[in-house]
Design a protein around this ligand. Sequence first.
Ligand SMILES: *Cc1c(COP(=O)(O)O)cnc(C)c1O
Length: 445
Amino acid sequence: MTDLAETQSRIGQERANRLAIDGGTPVRNEPLPWELPGAHWIGEEERELVDRVVRARSPFRFYGPDPQHMVETFEREWCAAFGHRHALAVSSGTAALTIALSALGVGPGDEVFVPGYLWVSCLSAVVRVGAIPRLVDIDATFCIDPEDLKRKIGPHSRAVLCVHMSGVPGRIAEIAAICREHGLGLVEDCAQAAGASVDGRAVGRFGDIGIFSFQLNKNMTSGDGGLIVAEDPALFRRMVALHDLGYPRNDKGRLDASDEACQLWGMGARMSELAGAMALAQMRKLPRITAAMRGSKWRIRERLADLRGIEFRHVLDPAGDTGPFLLMLLPDGELARRFVDALRAEGIAGPPGSLACITMREWGMHWYFNIPSLVQRRSNSRDGFPWSHPANAFAAGYDYDIGALPRCDEYHERGALLAIGSTLSEADEDDIVTAFRKVASRLLA
Ligand SMILES: *Cc1c(COP(=O)(O)O)cnc(C)c1O
């Protein structure tokens, strides 16, 4: 090599070694794919089923000129795939949660346990049925800590909402045992974990009711949509009435108010045949979508296992992980921020608008104290319901502000997440690993 070539190569090497955030060459220049797992897989299959509904001019599930039974087929195939007895498709995960709590008869005078790492829908469901959310801390699974749950059970405790966050089930078998022992209802929020399982048992089969969401960010999507699963036929019948107009339907699909035991107030949350067609096509791809994310996530995780200063989330059963997120903890909040900033500068980021690589402090209403309606005890009505309801006076001293749950507060402070796309290539995985190792060698050494 000539002197000049040698100098140039040395400078190039130095640039590549220097962090991109300090002016070095980034590991990659292309954005990572969008994190929306099901969206990448939308194709001819969805189009074909949606077309059938359109051609038949029958977008309503219960009757019409030529119903294609998309929603019904979706429910039946879901039960067959995951071992549920009953499944009911609905318009959203948020509606599903409210229906579930109503079906259990939860209302004023009751408290429902909810983890502090959650989604805002979990709280709105509790408040809308007139009950009081009681916060429970999380543990290294990023889901409910069974020990904190046990400590907080009291005379008003009525149900537990176990949220399987970020694609991975929580300690659901333990939580189910606690609920049985104390006579508490158990709803599993599987909105972020469609296709997940623990020791071969699908999420949603441990509690009384399981709910799913098919909003765009979830493992599979119909744009909007949700699903409720249950074992108990009487409970399920109540949910069928609740998701509709408050009454069951007869075999012609018409409302039937004759059963005095099932005259309720409905939510208006039916799934249309168009959403049903999308959901059916997507669920047939769900095993491939989750296998892709799980594969990428665990290959990346294993290649980073020796890095000091990064702790990964505890996963009880990696085979039942659906893989959409890699959650991690850095030594402190300042390092978490610098680590994520440096990763993004290396090109470990999604397209504009994506939240592919962020600190937990950028994760908004996934943390209890970031939800203003909770912290300020907001009401939809002028009388302050349900906070003002006399039967809820027991909850006057409950605290929803930061400081209420030490483990949540700590994970929020020093946590970070990387969304794992459902279409990552080998080269994408290599870049992620290279960038993590490069940044860790400078910031965490
Ligand atoms: C997305 C989500 C919901 C709500 O689902 P929507 O279909 O958007 O109403 C509920 N719970 C959790 C944990 C979620 O992530």
